[in-house]
Design a protein around this ligand. Structure first.
Ligand code: GLA
Length: 753
């Protein structure tokens, strides 16, 4: 790994074993991108990658007889107004109304390691030797403003992490109306754009389309979160790239608020990628001496397809984005009471659920919504973070201790950023909500957004909730957030500061997370937003797992978890076995399948185990035993491979493989059963082709079929090459026995003795 500056050619080359990123200082002092892709050996001069051509209608930005034209340049941080008519990375309004800038190279610094971006979340290094950081300072003389472009290259990952910082020194105020984190220019447009789109209960479906001339973008304008509609992730893949071969460029934005991810293909076939805070409704005024730091973009390069890209994100985010005690640990098997009781519970009912959970081997009980204030439905109570003594006479402190005495850890649900108008908090502080006075305040689920851009609001909520935590014995917190922002306006901000509100809101959320995770370092936090509307890297910095979706139907979950796995590690995906008929889709799937999907996540239950039959309860015990045995492999050690896509066919399959390639688990799920069908080959990935493995698969009849047949386990030995290239032959009969429609099979693969 190295960051090299070539004095003569004025070029920077960042590279490691896998990736190269090359930039140069142009004749006009601005920066240009020369190459980003598979590692190439370092040379003194890559000037040949600079493409310059005079074309009709183009303006030239250096004195005669120059022909340097911004419209045909791969600018490192593009600006509008000097001949480039594509979207810029920045826009700065100055006091005279002009938006023209000229940021030219003023110097650079190369340091070991990676500086922290706090209070913003970002990937980090533990040892300086893990990465090098290049900071290039560009200066605009007229405004007297520095723009610092920062690049970190890692030793062991094909990753470049980028951000930008503005430091204003001039007397006159400036307003940042657009300040993107990164822009990358490619000299061609031969790409498919992949992104993850959806809505509540169907988050992160994989979308794939060919790039065309013009702009294609995804965004969030939700204010409170990255959103269920679009995840802050995008990849450009070569059309011939697959899961396991070919070039892919990933872009992941470490931020939980409004974002924009955009590709723009020029009519000269150049592709510009832009990632950053959404400029819509963003305006950040800087006075002399003030600065603005953008969030981080993590770029991954893979020459081995999408699986490799995802595995890099998984490893990096698991080891160098997540933090704290839980970063390296397998997760407790939990039972959450939401779908078991909704708001309708009391202590007796809860303890009854806990008792049965203990019997099954569950390790953590999570009390969801409804334990505080007058919260018997979703019309009231949010904001009143003190226990409802009618439901829980011993308080949370009493209940948490009782649960612990019964042998389980205790976890609690909170939704700290919200308030119902029917609450003591709102009655005391009606001006604490986001909204414009004298205008209608839209609500969602009868709740309103507290103005977390204000420190006093965050302080108050912190005091309230930390008191509950201090008094009780709490091992886990589910931090929910159930609505998007509307009428974004802070009642205490100056008119000129209103464009800061949504970013400051997010900084307030990060601040509260920082305070709580600092004061309670042993607590496992799970973030949540109406299911998976805040599944983003920003959250993973604070909470190492996220509730993936409110949709707990096993078949739907294969799609949601498959899409989520493009960026996020298995251990970050909250996944539960829930009751049937499923509460979101009213679909019935076998209990084995529900577990076989939930194993590839944090794993837990979201139902009252008292309502299961004896056979089902026995099955649950087996499932918990299985997960306890294999969670280290699935969540901590293993690399995850997508094998068959639920977006393409009737079968879905994925697999985890241990680092030493001695152990693997593959899962196969089908949607509808097929009658009189042919056999099927499941080809594995990631094994050692020369190792002899023992494959086993339980093909006995499933609980749901009601047939008490004897246990039947398929076992045989095969070399890695056979399992990967020829595959495991699967009879449809096995799937029929497992329930037919929505059946699943699990293949355990381990090195033969
Ligand atoms: C959201 C969450 C659910 C549950 C409810 C409680 O919808 O996603 O898991 O916690 O809120 O109100």
């Amino acid at each position: 790994m190295a960051v090299i500056f070539h004095e003569n050619s004025k070029q920077f080359h960042l590279f490691n074993r896998e990736v190269s990123y090359i930039m140069g200082i142009m004749e006009n002092g601005q920066m240009e991108n020369l190459y980003y892709g598979k590692a190439i050996r370092d040379r003194e001069d890559f000037g040949r990658f600079h493409e310059e051509e005079m074309r009709s209608q183009m303006s030239v930005c250096v004195p005669e007889p120059g022909i340097l034209s911004m419209q045909y340049t791969r600018q490192e941080y593009p600006v509008y107004g000097t001949g480039d008519y594509r979207s810029p990375a920045l826009c700065i309004r100055q006091e005279n109304g002009s938006k023209i800038v000229n940021f030219v190279y003023a110097g650079h610094k190369i340091t070991e390691g990676k500086p922290s971006l706090e209070p913003l979340p970002a990937v980090y290094t533990e040892e300086d030797s893990e990465a090098q950081t290049l900071e290039i300072t560009l200066h605009d003389e007229v405004m007297d403003t520095d723009l610092i472009l920062s690049y970190t290259i890692f030793e062991d990952y094909p990753v470049i992490a980028r951000n930008a910082r503005f430091e204003h020194k001039g007397e006159e105020k400036i307003v940042l109306e657009r300040a993107m984190s990164a822009s990358v220019e490619f000299s061609d447009m031969d790409f498919d754009m992949i992104h993850l789109a959806g809505a509540w209960s169907r988050e992160r479906y994989v979308k794939d389309r060919k790039l065309e001339m013009g702009i294609q973008a995804i965004q969030s304008l939700n204010g409170t979160c990255s959103g269920a509609e679009h995840n802050p992730f995008m990849a450009l893949k070569r059309p011939d790239a697959t899961e396991n071969a070919g070039e892919v460029y990933g872009f992941s934005f470490v931020y939980s608020g409004n974002f924009l991810m955009q590709t723009e293909v020029s009519t000269f076939d150049m592709t510009r990628v832009m990632v950053g805070i959404n400029p819509e409704d963003f305006a950040w005024e800087l006075k002399k001496g003030e600065s603005f730091q953008t969030p981080e973009t993590v770029m991954v390069y893979s020459d081995q397809g999408l699986n490799k890209m995802s595995q890099v994100y998984h490893r990096l985010y698991r080891k160098r984005l997540m933090r704290g005690k839980w970063r390296d640990l397998a997760r407790p098997i939990l039972l959450n009471n939401w779908e078991a009781t909704y708001f309708d519970f009391n202590e007796e009912k809860i303890l009854n659920i806990v008792k049965k959970a203990k019997e099954a081997g569950v390790e953590l009980f999570v009390l969801d919504d409804g334990w505080f204030g007058a919260r018997n439905d979703d019309y009231r109570g949010l904001g009143d973070w003190y226990v409802n003594l009618e439901k829980l006479p011993g308080g949370i402190s009493g209940l948490s201790r009782k649960v612990e005495e019964m042998g389980l850890k205790f976890g609690l649900w909170v939704e700290l950023e919200m308030v119902n108008k029917d609450s003591d908090l709102y009655r005391a502080h009606p001006d604490w909500v986001i909204g414009v006075p004298e205008r209608f305040e839209s609500h969602a689920r009868h709740q309103h957004v507290l103005d977390f851009s204000r420190k006093e609001v965050v302080d108050y909520i912190y005091e309230m909730i930390s008191k509950v935590i201090r008094e009780s014995s709490i091992s886990y917190i589910k931090w929910d957030m159930n609505r998007y922002m509307t009428e974004p306006y802070s009642r205490t901000s100056e008119p000129s500061e209103q464009g800061k509100v949504m970013h400051k809101y997010m900084l307030g959320v990060y601040d509260l997370y920082t305070r709580l995770t600092t004061e309670f370092p042993d607590i496992l936090f799970e973030s949540c937003a109406s299911g998976g509307a805040r599944f983003d890297p920003g959250m993973l910095y604070f909470a190492p797992q996220t509730w993936t979706s409110d949709d707990t139907d096993a078949n739907e979950r294969t799609k949601i978890q498959y899409g989520t796995s493009y960026v996020y590690p298995v251990v970050s995906m909250g996944s539960h076995v829930s009751a049937v008929p499923n509460h979101q889709l009213f679909r019935t799937t076998p209990i084995e399948t529900r577990a076989a999907v939930a194993y590839f996540g944090t794993f837990g239950y979201e139902l009252d185990l008292n309502l299961l039959s004896d056979e089902e309860m026995e099955e649950v015990k087996k499932q918990i035993e299985f997960m306890k045995k294999y969670r280290e492999l699935i969540q901590v050690d293993g690399d995850f491979y997508r094998l068959l896509s639920p977006f393409e066919g009737n079968e879905t399959a994925w697999q985890v493989v241990s680092q030493d390639k001695k152990q693997s688990i593959a899962a196969l799920y089908q949607k509808l059963n097929k009658v009189n069908a042919s056999w099927f080959r499941l080809r594995l990935q990631g094994l050692d082709k020369d190792k002899l493995y023992e494959v086993s698969c339980d093909v006995s009849a499933a609980v749901c079929t009601g047939k008490k047949e004897k246990e039947e386990v398929l076992t045989y030995c095969a070399y890695g090459d056979e399992l990967m290239y020829a595959g495991i032959p699967v009879s449809r009969k096995y799937l029929t026995r497992k329930g037919g429609d929505f059946a699943a099979l699990l293949f355990l693969v381990k090195e033969a003795d």
